[in-house]
Design a binder for this molecule. Structure first.
Ligand code: HEC
Length: 98
């Protein structure tokens, strides 16, 4: 393979990575997928699916867990580490999944 071909492939990989945009999980989602599933569909009957849930609903639940308005032994401690920006990114991300 010539140098130009290698360079072309490299540029393609870089540009397709940075254009991934919609559907790229925010870093904070790493803390969620163990329970809610990498595609937002949970593996356990006790853990709700988040895929396709309304963005406004998800962000309200996370704010409520954080403020103590809604309480859950699993979600309450997790929500404390989320910033408002994380909550908005996560709500956008999970609501965008099908
Ligand atoms: C240890 C497992 C676990 C992890 C990790 C976890 N969750 Fe949850 N989550 C739950 C459970 C269990 C519930 C249901 C709580 C209840 O019954 O009130 C829940 C509920 C929710 C709800 C409310 C859903 C609804 O239908 O009302 C949202 C939104 C949510 N989680 C988002 C997240 C996000 C975002 C993360 C990552 C920052 C996360 N969760 C991490 C277990 C988990």
């Amino acid at each position: 393979m010539g140098f130009n071909k290698v360079l072309g492939l490299l540029m393609f990989l870089i540009s397709s990575y940075s254009h991934a945009g919609v559907g790229t999980p925010p870093a904070a989602a790493n803390a969620c997928i163990g329970c809610h599933g990498s595609g937002g569909v949970s593996a356990s009957p006790l853990w709700p699916n988040l895929a396709g849930q309304k963005e406004g609903y998800i962000s309200k639940q996370l704010q409520d867990f954080k403020s103590g308005q809604r309480k859950d032994p699993l979600m309450s401690p997790i929500s404390l580490s989320l910033s408002d920006q994380d909550i908005s990114d996560l709500a956008k991300y999970f609501s965008s999944l099908k």
